[in-house]
Design a protein around this ligand. Sequence first.
Ligand code: GLY
Ligand code: MN
Ligand code: MN
Length: 445
Amino acid sequence: MNSRPDHSVHAQRRQRLLASLEDAAVVLPAAHLVTHHADVHHRFRQDSDFFYLCGLDEANAVAVLRGHGTGGARDPRFVLFVEPRDPTAEVWNGQRWGTEGAMEHFGAEVAHPLGELAEQLDGYLQGAQRIGFRVGHHPHVEPLVLRVWAQQLERGQRRGGPSASLFDVSASIHAMRLRKEPGELERMRKAARISCAAHEQARQAVRVGMGEYQIEALLEGHFRSAGARQPAYPSIVAGGDNACILHYTNNQDPLRDGDLLLIDAGCSLTDYYNADITRTFPINGQFSGEQRDLYELVLTAQRQAIAAVQPGSSSAKVHNAAVEVLVDGLLELGLLQGNRDAILTSHGYRHLYPHRTGHWLGLDVHDVGASRLGDHHTALEPGMVLTVEPGLYLSNRLPVPEGQPPIPDHWQGIGIRIEDDVAVTATGHEVLTAAALKDVGDMEG
Ligand code: GLY
Ligand code: MN
Ligand code: MN
């Protein structure tokens, strides 16, 4: 069974959400088990919004939250529908909290067996002027929500009263998740600590002739033995040219003398907070001249981009800081040619650097939260956490933009990315993953 949670943090979040949604009721479904193959399921992974607001790590549950402007003063504000206790099902699949556990440990004022959802939902949504639900994400619950809403619209028309509107509640929840609380940052520091130690061990273990899969096993073995739930995403252990495939996850090839190894791996804790780290280093302990030139360039770009992480900046400014350094360096190395500003404007570097420099990080690896509102880039605020992960990938997979030189053979097969997790603080930033070394000297030897 799950460890006993401190549900006060979830209660505070529900209160904050409902304070901004006075007249609304919110329907918030948990995740379902996902089929792996035949009748085998993937390990359960809770819906991050549900977990953030309820802390319950069980499949199929549905929460109904009701703002203070709905119903009477004594009507419940937090209702949970959960899988009921069932000895046979629990022998096969593990213990459930049941309706009693939902009230005792998770703070539900009322809890019902899941089977009562269809008959009870209408009653709990009455009195709300707005119904908050994330359309398009919960195929098991959505038809019921739409049916109840349609019934309410019809009743409203017949009686001439106001009708509830349906709205996407996720923008409000995601705005909260974007700004991490001190307790969340503490969990992210822990995910970072475990993941940094795994990277350090992996680099020290690498030898020419090992398999990429052996390094994957070492990383993921460390995650689990340190108490993490699982890798935050499929680990990328990419020797040589494999590193130019951004989402390479085969991890089946031998590690070759003279190649670099790119490792992009991080763990997910039992409460789903994640780390996301990339390091790149020479398999035989010695950079070639070309590898060193490119590594130093990516490292400088990453340091400049990290320096741009501060309150009032934006992820666009962080990205631009990295791109400007990369373009200047590539011009110097002869891998780009022409006018710097024209290359920046036309993205003439995209065959060498085809991705953005980072993303929000939190309960999801590519975490929620708007990066822009129309033309306005979200200003960085203390508590936001983003990755900073510039890279260079020298392969002939992408067409070379017009006016740019072909990539000479002796540069090909080099893929480098350096990725850290960075929290915005009141005075600047905190690199959560600083314990994973990245100086040129530390990568050799
Ligand atoms: N590991 C996925 C990413 O870096 O975005
Ligand atoms: Mn990332
Ligand atoms: Mn990554």
